[in-house]
Design a protein around this ligand. Structure first.
Ligand code: SAM
Length: 214
């Protein structure tokens, strides 16, 4: 994702009512950002935010947090998605998935979305993949008893790697397709920015849902 610098970007994010920059203000529980105790769903790597904004508008009874660690991308998010009406059940968090355990209590999240995560193809970078064992452990800690992850990618290598990691770490798979757009799972699908691009290019979209063994 190539992005131009935006003047005053740090200030825009710090002062934006829907961007959480100072995560330490919430004492390890970002659910305090919401004025209710509705179920919490999160997205890791929200990019420009189309997916999570659409989802939060469709489901006002669910609280959403979109985690994004690239500040320039957050700026784009503000410009593209958060400039007009901002649902009260959505916040974007300027933080990496690595620190999720410090930001949310154990068993507090019902669903984690991973959409078109960076593939990190080089073996020496594999720990950075958002479905590597270290991240799966973090997700397992914060997910509720019935919690699940939902993962979409155009990248076959990353998808196969993810299936292998889920299997090795004893997660159970309950939805899986190598071609979402010609599958029974397409109904209700919400596109992300990357997904629109890849579908337009004629690429197949892989999707899975999985639950950790608890
Ligand atoms: C390839 S983009 C996909 C964006 C969006 N999900 C979509 O499908 O259009 C991946 C995004 O994940 C973010 N990201 C990667 N690793 C992350 C991490 N550990 N924590 C938070 N965000 C991360 C990147 O900065 C980037 O914006």
């Amino acid at each position: 994702m190539r992005l131009r610098n935006i003047r005053g970007k740090d200030e825009i994010a710090k002062n934006h009512p829907k961007i959480i920059v100072n995560t330490s203000d919430y004492n390890g529980d970002l659910r305090k950002a919401f004025e209710n105790s509705n179920p919490l769903h999160i997205e890791i790597g929200s990019g420009k935010g189309l997916f999570i904004k659409t989802l939060s508008e469709k489901n006002p009874e669910i609280n959403y947090l979109g985690f994004e660690f690239n500040e320039k991308v957050i700026q784009r998010n503000i410009i593209h998605q958060l400039k007009a009406h901002i649902p009260s059940n959505l916040f974007i968090v300027d933080a990496s998935a690595e620190v999720l355990r410090c930001l949310l209590p154990n068993n507090s999240v019902e669903k984690i979305y991973l959409n078109f995560s960076d593939p990190w193809p080089k073996p020496r970078h594999k720990k950075r993949r958002l479905t590597s064992p270290g991240y799966l452990d973090i997700y397992k800690t914060i997910l509720s008893q019935e919690g699940e992850i939902e993962f979409k990618t155009d990248n076959e290598e990353l998808f196969n790697y993810s299936l292998e990691m889920l299997y090795q770490n004893k997660w159970s798979l309950f939805e899986c397709t190598n071609d979402l757009y010609h599958s029974e799972y397409l109904d209700g699908n919400i596109q992300t920015e990357y997904e629109m691009k890849f579908v337009h290019m004629g690429k197949k979209i892989n999707k899975l849902k999985a639950k950790p063994y608890k």
